[in-house]
Design a protein around this ligand. Structure first.
Ligand code: ADP
Length: 441
């Protein structure tokens, strides 16, 4: 259905109500004629009743009418109303009738009732002018006066047509806004449903993939151990390298699946934290150690500057994940340069910096990369899902801390994680476990 077709139906009910009210007013105003004329006459009353019936019939015909039909009905109503009114004025004294003075206001009155049909207003105006000139001619009025009256009538018609046109534009704008709002609502609901379906699919897929992959990783681990226990056995060096490559790919796959699982947990607000005393400095040293083979393969020297223990109440596994993600990125994007892992702390908080001297991140991308699926580098050189930093920043938030980056394109990147040693979340979890002390670490 086109715009023009829909609009009249939007307000058809209101229009019907207004017209029925007008029909009542036309009849009731008969009493004021009587008072003004000082006598009763049947003919004006019959004209009024016919007029009111015409209005009621129009109102009834409006039900279910499309744009074109509504336009025709409004035009007929306006023209016939002017004709009925002229007839009333003629029957109640012509130029001397009290109704004749009000004749000039008729187009404006019709514009108030019909509102957005300028053609109907012009139609009623022309009919009014014809009726008025007829009445003036019947009374033998001088042509100059008739012209004067017609001029005033023309101004009133223009005014009424302008009012009606403006109403029409307003209604059209209002209807367009309503439609745009409804369409935006529908689109928002559809995309929310699509996002929910995607998240659910990712969660299910990650769970389903996790189970066979865990057993695959165990098998690979067993094979690797057997191979290392039988040096000089039946396996060639090429086979050993192949097994190593399978192990690396499987653990990469496992990392991706873990990322998807974390994403669905974080999105659904189902992240569980187990707070305990953890030494961030020792943990960062362990993670750096774990990355030694990857760093060596990427020709990155890892320098560690963790002079003192950094103990806090944190979730050890999640803290490990934060440090792992940052060091993994430093190796991945470090372009074979040195990687520095530094830690400092005060009574309130601990700070860990992971710095590399690789490709760096432009100022425009620095805020974006912490969002879900956002990446700043090409998929070909550095494949990835764009989830690591989002997960890392969500985990930092969950531990009550923050993450920030300082970088420039080609000048490396330094990621700084700041964590309160005792966050409100940690305190809350300690309170829920009565046997665990809440002493400051
Ligand atoms: P992924 O590495 O899978 O793309 P991340 O969320 O870990 O996902 O990183 C998002 C983006 O941030 C990366 O695609 C990369 O463009 C940029 N980035 C992250 N760490 C670094 C870094 N150390 N140096 C340069 N760019 C980085």
């Amino acid at each position: 259905m086109g715009d023009g077709d829909r609009r009249p139906r939007d307000g058809a009910r209101e229009r019907q109500r207004v017209l029925l009210l007008c029909a009542g007013v036309i009849v009731v105003l008969g009493l004021t004629d009587r008072l003004a004329l000082g006598y009763f006459a049947w003919r004006p009353l019959v004209v009024r009743l016919l007029w009111a019936l015409f209005v009621v019939a129009t109102a009834l015909n409006l039900r279910g009418a499309g744009a074109a039909r509504t336009r025709e009905l409004m035009l007929a109503l306006a023209v016939f109303s002017a004709a009925f009114y002229a007839a009333l004025a003629a029957l109640t004294g012509g130029v001397a009738s009290p109704l004749f003075h009000w004749m000039l206001a008729l187009p404006v009155a019709i514009a108030v009732v019909i509102q957005d049909h300028p053609a109907a207003i012009v139609g009623s105006g022309l009919t009014m002018v014809a009726g008025g000139i007829g009445i003036l001619a019947a009374a033998g009025t001088a042509p100059a006066l008739a012209w004067q009256w017609s001029g005033t009538a023309a101004i009133m018609i223009l005014l009424a047509a302008y009012v009606s046109h403006s109403y029409g534009r307003l209604h059209a704008r209002e209807a367009a806004l309503r439609r745009a709002g409804a369409e935006a609502d529908t689109r928002a609901r559809a995309s929310e449903a699509a996002i929910a379906a995607r998240d659910e699919f990712l969660a299910i897929a990650a769970h389903e993939l996790r189970t066979p992959l865990t057993s695959l990783l165990l098998q690979i681990d067993a094979v690797e151990r057997n191979v290392s226990l039988s040096p000089g056995g039946v396996l060639t060096e090429a086979d050993r390298q192949r097994i190593g490559s399978i192990a690396r790919q499987a653990s990469r796959l496992s990392g991706l699946i873990d990322g998807m699982l974390d994403m669905s947990r974080l999105t659904a607000g189902r992240l569980e934290l187990n707070f305990d005393r953890v030494d961030l400095a020792a943990l960062a040293r362990d993670v750096a150690q774990r990355f030694a083979p990857d760093a060596a393969a990427a020709s990155c020297a890892v320098r560690i500057d963790l002079p003192e223990p950094l103990v806090g109440l944190w979730d050890e596994a999640r803290l490990d994940q934060i440090v792992t993600n940052l060091i993994a990125n430093a190796v991945k994007y470090g372009a074979g340069g040195a990687i520095e892992v530094e830690g400092r702390g005060n009574a309130e908080a601990a700070q860990l910096v992971v710095r590399d001297h690789g490709i760096g991140i432009s100022a425009e991308d620095q805020e974006r990369i912490f969002r879900r699926f956002e990446r700043a580098s090409g998929q070909r050189q550095h494949p990835g899902l764009g989830l690591g930093l989002w997960i890392t920043s969500e985990l930092c938030k969950a531990l009550g801390g923050t993450i920030a980056v300082a970088s420039a394109l080609g000048a490396g990147a330094a990621f700084t994680v700041t964590l309160p040693r005792l966050s409100s979340a940690a305190l809350e979890s300690q309170r829920r476990l009565p046997n665990v002390g809440t002493t400051r670490p």
